[in-house]
Design a protein around this ligand. Structure first.
Ligand SMILES: CC(C)(COP(=O)(O)OP(=O)(O)OC[C@H]1O[C@@H](n2cnc3c(N)ncnc32)[C@H](O)[C@@H]1OP(=O)(O)O)[C@@H](O)C(=O)NCCC(=O)NCCS
Length: 160
């Protein structure tokens, strides 16, 4: 595969981020810890190869904490996800954050694999939290593509 570059998102990327969020996550919003977030309005990084978007990370900084809100790679296994997380970590450090964290769901075993191999540790389990998320975002399916019920939130963190 040709190399890829990363760049910070700009306001001109909002439509792209919105479309990609809908394509990957079923709607323009994401819900975690009972909170609705709109990735198209957040800072982040885009991975591109020959002008094509191949990966996207959005984040939000609050109270010396940086939450990774979405992370998607459209050419998996080529280092794009790792590079995006590294960029978010640097942005978090520059913003004075003490913690980089994210929420995933019980079914997303590949994300658990990915984040734990990159230094994140599990720090919270919210059993059945997705029922409340589903009230805010009915597009969240009951089961994933492999038939695993989407049920619980798992929070992972990296102290900076
Ligand atoms: C998790 C994700 C961002 C990783 O992106 P990536 O570009 O493949 O990441 P990298 O190439 O840097 O690293 C690949 C690693 O992820 C693992 N991985 C997870 N899912 C994978 C998949 N479907 N294909 C290839 N590798 C995958 C690989 O095993 C590899 O781990 P390793 O450290 O053992 O080599 C990507 O699989 C993805 O977009 N998943 C769907 C969206 C998602 O779940 N996002 C996270 C939600 S919190």
């Amino acid at each position: 595969m040709p190399g890829f570059g990363l760049r910070p998102l700009t306001p001109n990327d909002r439509d792209l981020v919105r479309q990609k969020t809908i394509a990957s996550w079923g709607s323009a919003i994401v819900v975690a810890r009972g909170e609705v977030l709109r990735p198209a309005e957040l800072p982040g990084f885009l991975a591109e190869s020959e002008g094509e978007p191949i990966g996207l990370l959005t984040y939000v900084v609050r109270a010396q904490s940086c939450e990774i809100v979405t992370l998607d790679s459209w050419r998996e296994g080529s280092g794009i996800g790792s590079a995006l997380v590294q960029a978010a970590k640097q942005a978090a450090i520059q913003a004075g954050c003490r913690r980089l964290w994210l929420v995933t769901t019980n079914n997303n075993t590949s994300a658990l694999h990915f984040y734990q191999k990159r230094g994140f540790v599990l720090c919270a389990l919210r059993v059945e939290a997705i029922a409340a998320s589903r009230r805010l975002k009915p597009e969240i399916p009951l089961t994933d593509a492999e038939g695993i019920p989407i049920r619980d939130e798992i929070e992972l963190e990296m102290l900076l």
